[in-house]
Design a protein around this ligand. Sequence first.
Ligand code: TYM
Length: 333
Amino acid sequence: MKHIVSGIQPTGSLNIGTYLGSIKNFVKLQESYQDHHFFLFIADLHAITIPRDRLELRKTIKEVAALYLACGLKKDNLSLFIQSEVEAHSQMSYLLQCFTYIGELERMTQFKEKAQKQETGVTSGLFTYPTLMAGDILLYDAEYVPVGDDQKQHLELTRDIAIRVNNRFGDFFTVPKPLIPKVGARIMSLTEPTKKMSKSDTFVKSRILLLDDENIIRKRIMSAVTDTDGIIKFDPKNKPGISNLLTIMSAITNTSIEQLVTTYQNTDYKTFKEAVADCVVAELKPIKEKYSTIINSGELDAFLDKGKADANRVARKKIAKFNHKIGLGRKQK
Ligand code: TYM
C-alpha cells in the first residue's frame, strides 16, 4: 500500500493557518486517496530544536494529537503517532546527515529566519532539522507529503537526499512529492498580513487559535489589518489583508475566491469581515466540541498506541535495511 506522510510541530496551540495549510487538507485527501495509508504525527523531536518548557511541550503534544482527531480525520486508513515514540526517526536523521552537505543546510530559509530570531544560542539540532524531516518522510517511503507553502524547500531537500542515496546504492527510497493546497497554503498574520500566521508569533492578535472562544475570533477578524480603499478584491501584493481574509473564507467554504469577490464586491469591509468571522466560527465550533470529548478520553491514548505500533513496524524495518545497505554492522546471515 502506498503511503502519505505529514507532521505538525507541537510548538503552541494550533491556529487556523496550520489548520487550513495542513489538517483540513489531510481530511480532504483521506477522501481522494482512499487507497493510501496515512502516517500523521506530532513532530515533538522537531519542537526541541528551540528551547521549550518541558511541561508545556508535553501538554501541547497531547493537544495537537486530540486536534488531529477533532478536525475530522477518519481512523480507518490512518496511523497517528508521536514522533519521539518511534526511535527510528532520530536514527534516520543521523544517517541522513551523512548524506547531506552543510551548504544545503545553510541555504534553508527557515533555518536562517529562526536562527536570526534566536536570542540564546542556535543549536546544531536546529541546523540539522531538515535531515530529521527527510527521515520522517523517507522512513515510510511516502509517495506524497501534504504540507503548506513554507515546507516546500525542506521537501525539495528531502527529494535531493533520496535521489543521492538512490544513485549511490540503487533504488532504495521512494522520492516523495509535495501536495500543497491550491488555496490556504500560506495564511498570513492578521496584524501583519505580509508575514505568515505563525504559532510562535509573540503577538497573539496575529492569529486565531482553533480553540479560541467565539468572541475572540470575531474580535480578531474585525480588527484584522486591511487597507483604506474600501474595495474587496484579491490582490495579495497591494491588498494583503483583504486577500488573506478572502483566502481564509475560500479555504473554509470551498468557494472560489472569484466567486467570493463577486458576492462581496458591493459591500463594505465591516460586512465582509462579519461574514468571514461567521464562517470561521461555524467551522471551529464542531472542532472545539469534539476536542473537549476527545482530550480526556481513553480513546486518544489507545489510538496513539496503535499508531506507535504501526509506525514502529514500518520504520524499524526500513532503518534496519538502510543500515545494511550502507554497510553498517555485520553481514547478515
Ligand atoms: P509546522 O508545525 O510549522 O506546520 C505544520 C503544517 O502547517 C503548515 N502551516 C501553514 N499553512 C498555511 N499557512 C500557515 N500560516 C501555516 N503555518 C503552518 C505547514 O506548512 C505544515 O505543513 N517541519 C514541519 C513539520 C514536519 C513535517 C515532517 C511535515 C516535521 N516532519 C514531515 C511533513 C513531513 C513544521 O515545522 O510544520
